[in-house]
Each structure stands twice: as structure tokens, then as C-alpha cells.
Design a protein around this ligand. Structure first.
Ligand SMILES: O=C(CO)[C@@H](O)[C@H](O)COP(=O)(O)O
Ligand SMILES: [Fe+2]
Length: 221
């Protein structure tokens, strides 16, 4: 089953409720929330009070992508803000295993993400402990960037690693996904597709989301 996970980073920040409702009305079940701290990535997005307010309008899964240094400092807060999935970057903490354990102890699904410059082999020791692997297909920090082609190879490697471990979990890809390249992402193993600028586009938003969902139906969704 393939899922669309629209990133609200590309939505209208003055109308987040409207934009979230718009994609949910056409059948979207996941909402991707990007949290940036200006340290781990060279940008600041939204923080806890906004995430907590969004929760009230998200009817499905609130998927929080933490692009912050030492995410272990804020796990309880994001639980309280209503995150269903909390994804942390391998590069952002000295204690990835403890951080994943704590996310689980708090009752959330735990995801691990790697930047474009981090090899998939770095995931080997943690792959059995996570519910989601996120392959960043752009350098994190900004929406609307171009897909990095080597990410396809990384998706294939993650898929092979998970097959070997007999694990069927979410393989998420984030950055530069479009209606034109999404089939190649699925073919490479991705089953949770983050898309920001190719979904949130003013009046075209509902039609864009629908087009992704239609395409996924042909993939056994
Ligand atoms: O985490 C990030 C960026 O750091 C993403 O979630 C982007 O928001 C995806 O945006 P598009 O590349 O789809 O426009
Ligand atoms: Fe993201």
C-alpha cells in the first residue's frame, strides 16, 4: 500500500487549517509536519505551539519530521503536541538507540532519517528498532528543491536491507517528489511519499493530491 504524505511546509502558513482540510477531503491520510531549528538545518519552520494547534485539524496520522539538533530534548513535548510518528535524524543525536527507545516508550511510532550524504549502511544497527526509514532525497531545510537521483539507489538499498531483516515497515522518501518521478520512487521501494510543492499549489491543491492518489491505486494501493 502506497501513501501520500503532503508536507505542509509548502502550504499557505496563514491558512494551514484550510489547506489540511483540502487534502484530507480528497482522501489523504497522512500529514507531514517539518520542524526545523536553524541549527541542524539552515532554516526555521514551526515549533511546538503550532504543531499542537494543527493536531486538532488532522484527522489521520500526524507525521512529524524533526530537523533539530539533539531531538531527545523534546520527545515528551512532541508527544504532548499529538505526534503519531516522530522521525529523528541519525546525524542529529549521539544516542540514536536511546532516542528511538524513548519515542516508543512514549507511545509514538519511531522513524529514522538520513541526509543525502549519509550512507544507508549507517542504518544497519538500528533498522530492527524503527517503524519507518526516511531517505532524504534533497538536503533538508527547504521545500521545492530538485530530487537527488542517487536517492533511488539508497531506496533500493534500504528495501534490500529490510527484506533481509524480514521487516515490512514504512519506507519514506522526502524531497523533490513529483507526479512525474513518483513511480520511480515506488519502484525503488518507497511506500510513504512526502510531497510539498507538488501538492500545495493554491487552487490546484485538491487536484494535485487526487492525481497522486489515483496513480497510487494502480500500484496496488
Ligand atoms: O523535510 C523537508 C525539507 O527539509 C520536506 O518535507 C520538504 O518540505 C519537501 O518539500 P518538496 O521537496 O516536496 O517541495
Ligand atoms: Fe520533511
Amino acid at each position: 500500500m502506497i501513501h501520500l504524505d503532503p508536507s505542509i511546509l509548502a502550504a499557505d502558513f496563514a491558512n494551514l487549517e484550510r489547506d489540511i482540510r483540502c487534502v484530507q477531503e480528497v482522501g489523504v491520510e497522512y500529514i507531514h509536519v517539518d520542524v526545523m531549528d536553524g541549527q541542524f538545518v539552515p532554516n526555521i519552520s514551526i515549533g511546538l505551539p503550532v504543531v499542537k494547534s494543527l493536531r486538532k485539524h488532522i484527522t489521520g496520522v500526524m507525521d512529524v519530521h524533526l530537523m533539530i539538533e539533539e531531538p531527545e530534548r523534546f520527545l515528551e513535548d512532541f508527544k504532548e503536541a499529538g505526534a503519531d510518528i516522530l522521525t529523528v535524524h541519525l546525524e542529529a543525536t549521539h544516542h540514536i538507540h536511546r532516542t528511538i527507545q524513548r519515542i516508543h516508550d512514549l507511545g509514538m511510532k519511531a522513524g529514522i532519517s538520513i541526509n543525502p550524504g549519509t550512507p544507508v549502511s549507517a542504518l544497519e544497527a538500528i533498522i530492527n528498532d524503527v517503524d519507518l526509514v526516511l531517505i532524504m532525497s534533497v538536503n533538508p531545510g527547504f521545500g521545492g528543491q530538485k530530487f537527488i537521483p542517487y536517492s533511488l539507489e539508497k531506496l533500493r538499498q534500504v528495501k534490500a536491507m529490510l527484506n533481509k531483516a524480514r521487516r515490512d515497515i514504512l519506507i519514506q522518501v522526502d524531497g523533490g517528489a513529483t507526479l512525474d518521478n513518483v513511480q520511480t520512487l515506488i519502484d525503488a521501494g518507497a511506500n510513504l511519499i512526502v510531497a510539498g510543492s507538488s501538492v500545495f499549489e493554491g487552487e490546484k491543491t485538491a487536484a494535485n493530491a487526487k492525481a497522486f492518489l489515483e496513480l497510487f491505486k494502480g500500484c496496488g494501493a
